[in-house]
Design a protein around this ligand. Structure first.
Ligand code: FES
Length: 233
């Protein structure tokens, strides 16, 4: 009998279905990264995402990511088992532990996310500056420049698809779809809403691109022949 094959179109679908395996991969990846981590100095015009000016304030983008709703959903449901789902007041394995809404300190802290969004937006130009620096180093487009650009685009897509950003551009009105219907704000909100529907996938993709870029640049600085010039200006 032919075995059916499950196809996952987005990373979060795979994560939901293979949560234990994914947790193991993340722990190994973060643990390995913590062991080898040291600042990778700019190398041939390439600036590592962990070395660029953002590294000075890394706790802030770190908190921005930690309080992202995409990750909150995963660690509350799968790690804390509390709450197990939206409006789930009861923990199956600990009935006495009720979910009381977003009143406790952890939830209140997580709600600072809407302010951390501003810092996330402010940091985005630095990643494009890193791309620009990589182009001007040898007046050429190299493979490493494309990887840095891909990382910048992934971070932009993740940041601008944020739920808090959706509220920022479309909120504070009683009716999203009617009060500004057809106006520029409504159009931007509709586009962002579509984008926002992919936020969870973008959260994981952008996390992977940061680590991939970091590893790629570490490989280059270690002497691996991973780079090449695509064309000269
Ligand atoms: Fe994920 Fe804001 S909800 S970045």
């Amino acid at each position: 009998m032919q075995k059916s094959v499950t196809r996952y179109f987005f990373p979060h679908e795979f994560i939901e279905a293979n949560w234990r395996l994914w947790s193991f991969i993340i722990i190994i990846a973060l643990g390995s990264w913590a062991l080898i981590t040291y600042p990778v100095a700019p190398f041939h015009g390439y600036i590592d995402p962990f070395y660029s000016p953002t590294v000075l304030i890394v706790p802030i983008p770190g908190l921005f990511r930690l309080t992202c709703y995409a990750y909150r959903k995963d660690y509350h449901r799968h790690l804390f088992h509390h709450p197990l789902a939206c409006e789930n007041a009861q923990r199956e394995d600990a009935p006495s532990r009720k979910y009381t809404g977003e009143k406790n300190a952890i939830f209140q802290f997580e709600n600072l996310h809407r302010y951390l969004l501003y810092t996330g937006i402010l940091l985005l130009p630095f990643f494009y500056y890193d791309f620009y620096k990589s182009l001007t180093y040898a007046d050429s487009l190299r493979i490493g420049s494309l990887i840095i650009l891909a990382n910048a685009l992934a971070l932009t897509a993740w940041t601008l698809s944020c739920h808090a950003f959706r509220h920022l551009i479309g909120g504070n009105i009683d009716c999203y779809s009617c009060a500004t219907l057809g106006g520029p704000r409504n159009i931007v909100w509709r586009v962002q809403s579509w984008w926002n529907s992919h936020h969870e996938a973008l959260a994981w993709i952008s996390l992977l691109t940061i680590f991939f870029t970091d590893l790629y640049l570490r490989g280059l600085s270690a002497g691996l022949p991973l780079d090449g010039t695509l064309f000269k200006f």
